[in-house]
Design a protein around this ligand. Sequence first.
Ligand code: ZN
Ligand code: ZN
Length: 404
Amino acid sequence: MIEMDCTCVQGHHSIPTEVIEVSEHALLKVPEILKDYHRIFMVADENTYAVAGKQVESLLAEAGMLSHTLVLPSPALPNAENIGKVLIEAGRDRDVFDINAFSLNPDYILAVGSGSINDTCRMVSYRLGLPYGVVGTAPSMDGYASVVAPLLNGNKKIIYNCTIARHIIIDLNVNAQAPYPLLLAGIGDMLAKYIAILDWEISRDRTGEYYCENIADMVLKATAQCVEASKGLENRDLEAIRSTSEGLILSGECIAFCGSSRPASGTEHMVGQTWEVMDVEEGKVPNLHGIEVGEATFVAIEMFRLLYNETDDAHLRSLIEKYLPAFDRIEALQKKLHLPFTVVDKDRFVEGILRGRTFRVRYTILQYLYDIGKLESYAERVFDIVMKKHFFGTFKEQFPDWEA
Ligand SMILES: [Zn+2]
Ligand SMILES: [Zn+2]
């Protein structure tokens, strides 16, 4: 268990995660970290099996801890079909068949992968009441230590409550080999945090929402660390990979400490996830979460900048002002990294902003602008600004061979 005393009204935060291991050659430590389990069911997809799963499987088999393995076809989306497959295969046992048994479940589910595989296993772990852990293969999102899973159910994307990983194991040498779009997605998901915390502060002051200063500080420090480190991502510098991986895990931990994704998700997630949902509704495979959220971060930045210049509300101005230097740093980073965009059509862009306001019940600048009758005009103005200042090419142009 990871815990800390706090000065906020909760007084104490804790999560049941036992081990977070981020190191070179962490794969070799998997049997030792999971030594309390003896019938481990390992789940990977074809890609993650090749980069880490195969090795983990043989280490667990050698130690006599492996029940069996399921390798899903790539790309394995976190949809009802794959959740069903994992659920069915979870019950398969090596050589025991007991007609009197209610089930022959394993004693542990080990996800080997990043967002999709982790979310799929997290849901099955929750439904079966089994502990689970993850060997991460890419620093692509902050869901490793999260407590919710956004899953595809038919033509809907629904956020479900799930269990939290008991063990999070990141091998830096594996993560350093992750496809470049996944590294960019991780940065996109992390840049979002400045917006999330600013939205949270505004909600605290306007709606009286619970706010924890210590959690907010932790998230902001982790974000600053990631922004700094991202300069070394292009060269796959191990320290940059370490900082990004740790920052993303910490952000997930803060979600769990808080009991909601508030510290890690604000306007940018509501807009980015609405764009994802619009694709799902049209039967398309959604783009990488962190890429959508990264683009939507620029939506939020430009909305806050406009509001800062135009509002008479001195308190609101003072809240936004604190974040302006961070916005400048993100803008400078974008000039270097060229995070790709996926939504470049004005109607679609604006629709994501308008629908994003009610993506979930959460007070953000979107609601503030709606209440003062300016959301629509801001959405249109922001499109022009974002495309002029922050757009350096579409995802498809940059990565034509990417499948999902
Ligand atoms: Zn607190
Ligand atoms: Zn996210």
